[in-house]
Ligand binder design. Structure first.
Ligand SMILES: *Cc1c(COP(=O)(O)O)cnc(C)c1O
Length: 366
C-alpha cells in the first residue's frame, strides 16, 4: 500500500461548482481587492471569531505586516520559537528585526517558563508559533506580554480553528497570522494569508499598507507594499471556507485514532493532549525511538512520513551570524532527533491509517 503525504489531487477533484464561480468572477474583471475579497475577509473573521480580517499575499506577509504595524523595525528584537518553520524568522528579518529564540517544551511550542529571561529593552514583540496546530500556552504567555507591555503576535499559520478553553488561535494576540498555502489546513490554489485583529486602528493600518499605503487613488498616506490577497484566491477561499470545520474534525478524528494505537507502543512518545485544547493537527507529529531507521522503514514500505525538521531553525546556516550554537536550545535539539510526522489529513482512509499503524508496529516488533 502507498500512503502519500500530499492530498491535493484528491481534494480538488470535484470542483465543477468552483469553476462556475471562477468563470463568473473572471467576467467581472474585479481582479484586485473588490467584492469576493471583502466577502472572504468577513467570513474568515466570523470563522475565527475576530472582529476584522485582512487578506494578504502569504502567511509570511501576515506576520511581517503584523510586526510592521506594531512598529517593529530595524534593530528591534522579536522573541520566537527555536524550532519553527523558516517563514516566522524570515518575516522578523524582513522588517529588520532580530529573532531571539526561546526553547520549546513537550507541546513543540515555545516554553512559557523561558520567555522572561529572553526579554530585553529592545524586545518589541513576542511571536509564539502554534506549531503543528498545537497552540502555544497563551494562558501563560499573554500575561507575560501584558506585564512587560510587549505586543503579542500569533503565528497561527498551522493552527486554523485551534483553541484553548474555546478561545481560538489568532484571537489572543494583537494580531493573528494565518497562511492559506496549498499545504495548510485551509488552502487556496496559490499563496495567500490572512491577518485577524480586534483593533480597529491596526485593521485600518493593515488595509493601508497591504495596498501601497494608498488612502485613495491619489493619496499615499504611508509607504506600504503590495501584499493583497489575490481576489481569484478569495473566490477559491469562499468556496472552501464552509468545509473548514469538517476538515478540522476529520484531522482530529484521525489523530485520536493514531494516538490510541500508538499509546500501546512504548517506543512512541505522544505529546500531552490536554482536554481543554483543540489541537488541529496541521502535522501529526510524535517522538519515536530509532527515528531515522523508522523513517527509512516507513518510506521503504510506501509511507511518506516526514521530519519537521531535522535541523532546528536556530541552527540553520542563515542564522549562524546570531551566534547561536548547538546545545543552546536543548529541547529543540533533542526533538529534532526523534520527531516524525505521519500523514493525518482529511482525505486519508481508515485503511491507510491502519497501514501506517501496522507498519510502525511491525518495525518495533522486528
Ligand atoms: C506556512 C507557515 C508560515 C508561512 O506561510 P506562507 O503562507 O507559506 O508564507 C509561517 N509560519 C509557519 C509556522 C508556517 O507553517
Amino acid at each position: 500500500m502507498k500512503v502519500r503525504y500530499s492530498y491535493l489531487e484528491q481534494q480538488f477533484q470535484d470542483t465543477e461548482d468552483l469553476w462556475q464561480d471562477l468563470r463568473k468572477f473572471v467576467a467581472t474583471g474585479d481582479f484586485t481587492l473588490g467584492k469576493p475579497l471583502n466577502e472572504f475577509e468577513q467570513r474568515f473573521a466570523e470563522l475565527i471569531g475576530s472582529r476584522y480580517a485582512v487578506g494578504v499575499n502569504s502567511g509570511t506577509d501576515a506576520i511581517k505586516l503584523s510586526l510592521k504595524v506594531l512598529g517593529v523595525g530595524y534593530g528591534d528584537e522579536v522573541i520566537t520559537a527555536a524550532n519553527t518553520f523558516v517563514a516566522t524568522v524570515g518575516a522578523i528579518a524582513e522588517v529588520g528585526a532580530i529573532p531571539v529564540f526561546v526553547d520549546c517544551d513537550d507541546t513543540f511550542c515555545m516554553d512559557p517558563g523561558q520567555i522572561e529571561e529572553a526579554i530585553s529593552e529592545r524586545t518589541k514583540a513576542i511571536l509564539p508559533v502554534h506549531y503543528t496546530g498545537y497552540m502555544a500556552d497563551l494562558r501563560r504567555i499573554l500575561p507575560i506580554a501584558d506585564r512587560y507591555r510587549i505586543p503579542l503576535v500569533e503565528d497561527a499559520c498551522q493552527a486554523i480553528l485551534g483553541a484553548i478553553d474555546g478561545k481560538t488561535a489568532g484571537t489572543w494576540g494583537r494580531t493573528g497570522a494565518f497562511s492559506l498555502h496549498p499545504l495548510k489546513n485551509l488552502n487556496v490554489w496559490a499563496d495567500g494569508g490572512v491577518i485577524v485583529t480586534d483593533d480597529s486602528e491596526i485593521y485600518a493600518s493593515l488595509k493601508l499598507i497591504r495596498n501601497h499605503g494608498l488612502l485613495d487613488r491619489d493619496t499615499v498616506a504611508v509607504l506600504g507594499c503590495n501584499s493583497r490577497l489575490d481576489t481569484i484566491q478569495a473566490v477559491v477561499g469562499n468556496w472552501l471556507l464552509p468545509s473548514t470545520h469538517q476538515i478540522t474534525k476529520k484531522r482530529i478524528t484521525n489523530a485520536t485514532y493514531y494516538d490510541k494505537a500508538f499509546s500501546a507502543l512504548p517506543e512512541i512518545n505522544i505529546p500531552p493532549r490536554p482536554s481543554d485544547y483543540q489541537i488541529v493537527y496541521h502535522l501529526y507529529m510524535v517522538l519515536a525511538d530509532k527515528r531515522d531507521e523508522l523513517l527509512r522503514y516507513c518510506i521503504a514500505n510506501g509511507i511518506e512520513a516526514k521530519i519537521h525538521y531535522p535541523v532546528p531553525i536556530y541552527l540553520q546556516p542563515a542564522l549562524l551570524h546570531l551566534g547561536n550554537k548547538q546545545g543552546d536550545y536543548p529541547v529543540a535539539d533533542k526533538q529534532a532527533k526523534s520527531i516524525i510526522t505521519f500523514p493525518c489529513d482529511q482525505h486519508l482512509t481508515r485503511q491507510e491509517i491502519d497501514y501506517v499503524i501496522q507498519t510502525v508496529t511491525n518495525f518495533y516488533q522486528n
